[in-house]
Ligand binder design. Structure first.
Ligand SMILES: *[C@@H]1O[C@H](CO)[C@@H](O)[C@H](O)[C@H]1NC(C)=O
Ligand SMILES: *[C@@H]1O[C@H](CO)[C@@H](O)[C@H](O)[C@H]1NC(C)=O
Ligand SMILES: *[C@@H]1O[C@H](CO)[C@@H](O)[C@H](O)[C@H]1NC(C)=O
Ligand SMILES: *[C@@H]1O[C@H](CO)[C@@H](O)[C@H](O)[C@H]1NC(C)=O
Ligand SMILES: *[C@@H]1O[C@H](CO)[C@@H](O)[C@H](O)[C@H]1NC(C)=O
Ligand SMILES: *[C@@H]1O[C@H](CO)[C@@H](O)[C@H](O)[C@H]1NC(C)=O
Ligand SMILES: *[C@@H]1O[C@H](CO)[C@@H](O)[C@H](O)[C@H]1NC(C)=O
Ligand SMILES: *[C@@H]1O[C@H](CO)[C@@H](O)[C@H](O)[C@H]1NC(C)=O
Length: 490
C-alpha cells in the first residue's frame, strides 16, 4: 500500500520546493501576470519617450558630388506604440515581449562639402518611422536572503524597418542620406531601448529590495514577510511563499505552533479557484494562531467587564439566589467580571466555518466601596464558530456560540448554584456579547487599501486549515507614474 500512496502523493506535489515553512502564499494567475505585464509595458513606454539619441556624423562619397559630411542631430524618439505584448513563464523566469512596436522620431539633418575652396552646406528637418520593432525582456526571480530579486538575463530589441523622410534639401541627398544613416539610426535606437529597459529593470529590482521583510501593526507584534523559497513556477502561475507568522516584538519567544504541510491544499485550491482571479492568497490558520499567541503572551486577553447593557446583572442583588452568602456579605453592591483566557485560543479553519474553544477564567469581583474584592472564580469554556464573507471591500462575518460549560474554581463566598450561574452567563454571552460582536462583524473590517491600486470583486473562502482570499486588481490612477506610486507604497 505504501508505495502506491507515495506515488499518488508525488503526483499531487508537483513542486517539492514549496517550503512548509510558508504560511502565507500568493499565487498569481495568468490574468494577474498579464496585468503586471501591461503595467510594466505601459510604464516602459512612458519612461522611454522622449528618447534623445546622440548625434551621428558620417562622411560619404556621393557620385557627382564628392565627399560629403552629413550630420543627423537632435534625434528624438517622441512616440512609441505597442500593438501587442505577451508574458511567458519559463522554468525560472518570465519573458515579456512587446511586438509590432512602432515609433516616431524627429531629427535635424545637415551636410557640407567643398568644391574647390567653396564650402557648400544646407540643413533641414526629417522624420523617421520605426516599424516592426520587437522588444524582449527575460528575467528571473529568486529569493535572496528573504527578498525577491530580479535578475535580467536578456534584453533584445529588433527593428524591421526604419523609414526616413527628409523635408527639403537637395534631391541627391535622399538616397545618400538614407544609405548612410538608416543602419546607424536603427542600431542607435536598439541600443538606447535596450539600455532603457535594463535601467528600468534595475530600478524595479531596487524597489523590490526595499519591500520590508516584516510588518508591524503596533508595538506588540510583527508579521514575518520573509520569502522562504524561490518563486514556484507552473504552466500558468507564479507562487510566492512567505513565512507569514506573527512574532512578538518584546520577547524573543517564538510562537510554537503545530506546523502542518499545506502544499496539497494550496495546489488543489489554485486549480479550482485560482484561474479566474488575478491573485489568490492563502493564509494558514497558523497565521491567526501565531497572532493570538503573541497577543495572549503580551497580556491582551484579559478584560474587566463592569458595564453591560443590563446593568442589574452586575449587582449582587441579581446573584442572591446563585450565591446566597455573597448577597448576605455584600448586599446591593456592584460587581465586575475579570475575564482572562487561560490559554491562547486556537482557531480551527474548515471548509464550512472558523471555530475556536475559549478557555477562560472569570473572577467575580465585588466593588465594596473603593475596594475590589475577588470573591469567586468560575472556569468557563465557550465553543464559538463563525464564517466570513466579503461585502464590497470589507470582510464581514457572523459568529455564534455553539456550547459552553461552567465549573467553579474557587470561592470565598460558599458554593455557587451553577444552573443559575449558567443562566446569567448565557444572557451575558448570547444576549450581549454575541450580538455586539456581530454588529461589529457586520460593520466589517475594510481591507487595507494600497494607494493607486484597488481590489475588484474580492472573494474570501475557507478550506481545511486555511483561509483563501482572491481578487482582481486595478491600477486606479493610470495618469500617475507607477514608480512614483510604488515608491510611496514601499
Ligand atoms: C500611435 O497611435 C496613435 C493613436 O492610435 C496614432 O495617432 C499614432 O500615429 C501612432 N504612432 C505611431 C508611431 O505608430
Ligand atoms: C539578510 O537579511 C537580514 C535581515 O532580514 C539582514 O540583517 C542581513 O544583513 C541580510 N544579509 C545580507 C547578506 O544581505
Ligand atoms: C506600545 O504603545 C503604547 C501606546 O501606543 C504604549 O502605551 C506602550 O507603552 C507601548 N509598549 C511598548 C512595549 O513599547
Ligand atoms: C522569518 O521567517 C524566516 C523564514 O522562514 C526565518 O528564517 C526567520 O527566522 C523568521 N524571523 C523571525 C523573527 O522569526
Ligand atoms: C441599591 O443601591 C442604589 C444606589 O447605589 C439605591 O438607589 C437603591 O435604592 C439600592 N437598592 C436597595 C434594594 O437597597
Ligand atoms: C484580574 O485578574 C488578574 C489575574 O487573573 C489580575 O492580575 C488582575 O489584577 C485582575 N484585575 C482586576 C481589576 O481585578
Ligand atoms: C454564515 O453563518 C450564518 C449563520 O450561521 C449562515 O446563515 C450563513 O449562511 C453562513 N454563510 C456562509 C457564506 O457560509
Ligand atoms: C490620480 O493622481 C493625480 C495626480 O497625482 C491626483 O491628483 C488624483 O487625485 C489621483 N486620482 C485618484 C483617483 O487617486
Amino acid at each position: 500500500m505504501a508505495p502506491l500512496l507515495l506515488f499518488s502523493l508525488i503526483l499531487l506535489f508537483p513542486n517539492p520546493t514549496t517550503s512548509s515553512d510558508s504560511h502565507i502564499s500568493a499565487i498569481i494567475s495568468t490574468k494577474g501576470i498579464d496585468f503586471v505585464k501591461d503595467l510594466l509595458v505601459n510604464e516602459a513606454v512612458k519612461s522611454i519617450t522622449p528618447l534623445e539619441l546622440p548625434d551621428i556624423q558620417k562622411t560619404s562619397k556621393i557620385p557627382l558630388v564628392g565627399y560629403v559630411t552629413m550630420v543627423a542631430s537632435d534625434l528624438t524618439l517622441y512616440e512609441l506604440n505597442v500593438t501587442s505584448s505577451s508574458a511567458n513563464l519559463g522554468d525560472s523566469g518570465v519573458e515579456i515581449v512587446a511586438s509590432g512596436v512602432t515609433a516616431d522620431m524627429s531629427m535635424d539633418w545637415s551636410y557640407s562639402y567643398t568644391v574647390g575652396w567653396i564650402k557648400i552646406s544646407d540643413k533641414g528637418t526629417a522624420s523617421v518611422k520605426v516599424e516592426g520593432m520587437e522588444v524582449g525582456l527575460t528575467m528571473s526571480m529568486k529569493s535572496n536572503n528573504g527578498s525577491l530579486e530580479l535578475t535580467v538575463s536578456d534584453v533584445s530589441c529588433y527593428i524591421e524597418e526604419c523609414v526616413i523622410s527628409l523635408d527639403g534639401g537637395a534631391s541627391w541627398l535622399y538616397q545618400g542620406f538614407i544609405n548612410a544613416f538608416k543602419n546607424h539610426i536603427r542600431s542607435a535606437v536598439q541600443k538606447a531601448i535596450i539600455q532603457k529597459v535594463t535601467d528600468g529593470s534595475s530600478k524595479l529590482n531596487a524597489l523590490l529590495q526595499k519591500v520590508p521583510k516584516s510588518f508591524s501593526l503596533d508595538n506588540i507584534s510583527s508579521l514575518n514577510l520573509t520569502l522562504v523559497s524561490d518563486p514556484v513556477y507552473s504552466d500558468a502561475t507564479i507562487e510566492f511563499d512567505i513565512n507569514g507568522l506573527f512574532n512578538s516584538l518584546s520577547t524573543k519567544k517564538k510562537a510554537n505552533n503545530v506546523l502542518r504541510n499545506n502544499n496539497l491544499r494550496k495546489e488543489a485550491h489554485l486549480s479550482s479557484n485560482g484561474e479566474s482571479k488575478m491573485v489568490v492568497v492563502s493564509i494558514d490558520e497558523e497565521v491567526f494562531n501565531s497572532a493570538l499567541q503573541v497577543y495572549f503572551q503580551a497580556g491582551f486577553m484579559n478584560w474587566l467587564v463592569n458595564r453591560v447593557p443590563v446593568q442589574s446583572l452586575l449587582n449582587t442583588a441579581s446573584w442572591q439566589y446563585i450565591v446566597p452568602q455573597l448577597y448576605l456579605m455584600y448586599p446591593n453592591d456592584s460587581m465586575a467580571l475579570n475575564i482572562s483566557l487561560s490559554s491562547p485560543p486556537a482557531l480551527i479553519v474548515t471548509e464550512e466555518k472558523l471555530s475556536s474553544t475559549l478557555y477562560t477564567d472569570v473572577i467575580v469581583d465585588v466593588m465594596d466601596g473603593n475596594n475590589i474584592v475577588p470573591v469567586a472564580c468560575i472556569h468557563v469554556e465557550v465553543g464559538a464558530s463563525g464564517n466570513l464573507t466579503m461585502l464590497g471591500n470589507s470582510i464581514t462575518g457572523k459568529m455564534r456560540t455553539d456550547d459552553f460549560a461552567l465549573a467553579l474554581k474557587w470561592s470565598n463566598v460558599g458554593n455557587l448554584y451553577m444552573p443559575l450561574a449558567e443562566g446569567i452567563f448565557r444572557v451575558l454571552l448570547n444576549d450581549i456579547l454575541v450580538p455586539i460582536t456581530n454588529i461589529l462583524l457586520e460593520l466589517g473590517i475594510p481591507l487595507p487599501a494600497v494607494q493607486g491600486f484597488s481590489l475588484q470583486d474580492p472573494y474570501i473562502y475557507t478550506s481545511n486549515s486555511a483561509l483563501f482570499f482572491s481578487s482582481d486588481i486595478a491600477f486606479s490612477n493610470s495618469t500617475n507614474n507607477l514608480w512614483h506610486t510604488l515608491r510611496n507604497v514601499l
